[in-house]
Design a protein around this ligand. Structure first.
Ligand SMILES: Cc1cc2nc3c(=O)[nH]c(=O)nc-3n(C[C@H](O)[C@H](O)[C@H](O)COP(=O)(O)OP(=O)(O)OC[C@H]3O[C@@H](n4cnc5c(N)ncnc54)[C@H](O)[C@@H]3O)c2cc1C
Length: 423
């Protein structure tokens, strides 16, 4: 996975909202450094110009590395940072707290070209200090003792047919069921909005209308450019054999390409200066837009986005680029539709329900076209195939985005933290 810390302004805003300075960038950075182990990639390529080792941790347990392949687009993107430095500056390290520009991507991959994760970094080395119940689902957390807010009990079962079991923690229970599972557990436990819980027959123990609300995911869409740049296709069987033997080759990278682009819109960008929207980001260190590369190929990428077909007869190789609104203000929700904890809750992404979010996506789309109109691409990129080149007005672009957008699967905030004693 992409190894990303976010911007210092994002952390600082979070700390401010919850009223706890411990979550600020400056206070969190030592923990980021402590957990990280920056390693050289499995192909022993130079890190110079790709990453700034001085701002990384080297003795932690989660591996980070910046593997890359040699592809002509690398040079073209780097050239663009020189030709158009105001719009597309060069960013030596995407994890410097101010991620704005074109950077070489970083990934949670270890020295051996294998995925590094919470499981490899923390569970494997934990020894007897940790027990993991696999194939087990938490159905509720349980109120224990006189304090009405104390939920130290956990109820769980293997499946809907199995008997439910209960345990009580001596100190505390941490619910980490992810952006859907966490509110589902809380709601099934009677912690949520009273009327909604009553509607599905769950007894309310704590009437907290915020649980399951504020569900927020980034929005992504795709843009594909007609190009003569060499494709990134490879023979998967051969690549797997190479990775198995020497831990080298295309499968040392999660994707086909090497760069990530973070853009901050200027104050005079149309959404703010012409349409009057308030900047949704927390500050000048935060990008509005991310661009990530999928591949250069005549084949369409695997994605949940409903990609409109390229023009009939198109067999062209295309640069395939995802554009992402990083600070959407649209909000969705997670709601129970039954008191059965083994049934899925209702997931409403609420995507693009706020006009600002579409305005930012429109800018993202235009910036993608700017990027591939840069001098370095003049002889090798020839406009968009998806959407068609004549999709040019704001309303055309919006129509396209409403068809060809999807959640970016970076959702947060459905069980958001709040300050102490928040109402
Ligand atoms: C396709 C995809 C690609 C992504 N790529 C990146 C990336 O490159 N970089 C990045 O930083 N982020 C990426 N993300 C986002 C990142 O994965 C999430 O933000 C992160 O995993 C959230 O961590 P979490 O521990 O909160 O929840 P999760 O990782 O969702 O973990 C929650 C766990 O709780 C379990 N669970 C849920 N309910 C119950 C229950 N009732 N009982 C028992 N267990 C339960 C789930 O099975 C799951 O194992 C990606 C996400 C997706 C989906």
């Amino acid at each position: 996975m992409v190894f990303t810390r976010g911007s210092r302004d994002d952390w600082d805003r979070w700390a401010e909202i919850i009223g706890d300075g411990a979550y600020s960038w400056d206070k969190m950075l030592p923990f980021m450094l402590k957990s990280e182990k920056l390693v050289q990639d499995s192909e022993n390529q130079t890190e110079e110009g790709h990453i700034d080792p001085s701002i990384h941790g080297h003795d932690g347990t989660v591996s980070n590395t910046a593997p890359y392949n040699n592809h002509p687009i690398n040079e073209m993107l780097m050239q663009t940072t020189q030709d158009l430095p105001d719009e597309f500056p060069y960013l030596l390290d995407m994890n410097n707290g101010s991620p704005i520009g074109i950077a070489w991507n970083q990934f949670s991959i270890d020295r051996n070209g294998e995925r590094s994760s919470a499981a490899t970094a923390y569970i494997e080395p934990a020894g007897d200090n940790l027990h993991v119940l696999i194939n087990t689902q938490v159905t509720r957390v349980l109120h224990v003792g006189d304090d009405e807010s104390c939920f130290r009990g956990v109820e769980f079962a293997a499946d809907v047919e199995s008997p439910k079991k209960q345990i009580v923690a001596s100190k505390e229970v941490i619910i980490a069921g992810g952006v859907i599972g966490t509110p589902q557990i809380l709601l099934n436990s009677g912690i949520g909005k009273r009327e909604e819980l009553e509607a599905v027959g769950v007894t309310t123990l704590i009437d907290n209308p915020s649980v399951g609300k504020n569900f927020t995911d980034r929005v992504s869409s795709i843009v594909m450019f007609n190009t003569t740049i060499q494709d990134t296709d490879f023979d998967r069987d051969r690549a797997l054999a190479e990775w198995n033997t020497t831990r080298t080759g295309p499968l040392t990278l999660p994707g086909h390409l090497n760069h990530i682009v973070y853009l901050r819109l200027p104050d005079d960008a149309a959404p703010f200066s012409q349409e009057g929207f308030t900047d949704p980001t927390p500050g000048e260190n935060s990008p509005h837009i991310e661009m990530v590369y999928s591949q250069i190929s005549a084949h369409l990428p695997q994605t949940s986005i409903d990609i409109p077909s390229p023009p009939p007869g198109t067999t062209n190789v295309m640069i395939q680029l995802f554009v992402v609104n990083l600070h959407p203000i649209s909000r969705g929700s997670i709601t129970l539709n039954t008191s059965d904890p083994f049934k899925h809750p209702i997931v409403d992404f609420g995507m693009l329900s706020e006009p600002l979010d579409i305005a930012i996506m429109r800018e993202a789309f235009k910036r993608a076209r700017d990027l591939y109109s840069a001098p370095a691409f003049q002889d090798s990129v020839f406009g968009t195939l998806v959407p068609a080149g004549n999709v040019a007005t704001d309303s055309d672009i919006e129509d396209f985005l409403r068809i060809a957008s999807a959640p970016y699967l970076h959702a947060v905030s459905s069980a958001a933290m709040s300050g102490y004693n928040a109402s």
